[in-house]
Design a protein around this ligand. Structure first.
Ligand SMILES: Nc1nc2c(ncn2[C@@H]2O[C@H](COP(=O)(O)OP(=O)(O)O)[C@@H](O)[C@H]2O)c(=O)[nH]1
Ligand SMILES: [Mg+2]
Length: 201
């Protein structure tokens, strides 16, 4: 598939499952805790500075954002979790939407891959483990993207990779990609995973 990654637009910020798009093109979803670097990753992948909002006050809006890439695939930004200031009501909205994405999505067969972001300096949080366990149950394919690697020195990098790869929650054979939106390390690797899965019928 030839794809123009500069031809992108935000199609919808869906606040409820009934708004999820039904176009018959592959969907690649992005999941992770608030502040892990999800918006920055999407901006880096799409060569944009401000397409996905990079926020210093994360977690405010609870929506599923569908970015159309060249009319050929959707990058789907799932709402972040672990945002401490959320009320119980907002937390319910969060779980309803994310669960809805996997269980009420009319195009679930087109969700080819979830990019699960984990902060390389922190490793898996309790919520990350819960999310990965949930994906194991749904059977959706996923890769782990370790973010903010520019903040690590060489020995910290090695340690981070070992910690991330050895956690028994991971489905066997799970790929881990080191990524930084500062240095763009890993950008090509993320794209090649996306295209591999997107083309997988
Ligand atoms: N050093 C560094 N900072 C990053 C990186 N990615 C994101 N950030 C910063 O982390 C914060 C949260 O990023 P954002 O993309 O909004 O995270 P989101 O809440 O997961 O969408 C912002 O201050 C970003 O500038 C990275 O690769 N390296
Ligand atoms: Mg964001």
């Amino acid at each position: 598939m030839k794809i123009n990654t500069n031809n992108v637009s935000l199609k919808i910020s869906a606040g409820k499952a009934s708004q999820f798009l039904r176009n018959p093109i592959p969907q690649i979803a992005f999941s992770g805790r608030s502040n892990v670097g999800k918006s920055s990753l999407i901006n880096t992948l799409l060569n944009r500075k401000g397409l996905a909002r990079v926020s210093s006050a994360p977690g405010k809006t609870i929506t599923v954002n569908f970015y159309d890439v060249d009319g050929k695939l959707f990058l789907v930004d799932l709402p972040g979790y672990g945002y401490a200031k959320r009320t119980a009501q907002e937390q319910l909205v969060w779980s309803g939407l994310v669960d809805g994405y996997f269980t009420k999505n009319p195009n679930i067969d087109l969700v080819k891959l979830v990019c699960q972001l984990v902060d390389s300096r922190i490793g898996y949080t309790r919520d990350d483990i819960d999310m990965i366990s949930y994906m194991n149950q749904t059977g959706v394919p996923y890769v782990i993207i370790a973010t903010k690697t520019d903040k690590l020195n060489k020995s910290e990098r090695e340690k981070a990779v070992k910690t991330l790869i050895s956690n028994p929650v991971l489905r066997e054979g799970t790929t881990i990609i080191l990524f930084s939106s500062e240095t763009r390390e890993g950008k090509d690797d993320v794209w090649s995973e996306i295209m591999n899965y997107a083309e997988n019928k």
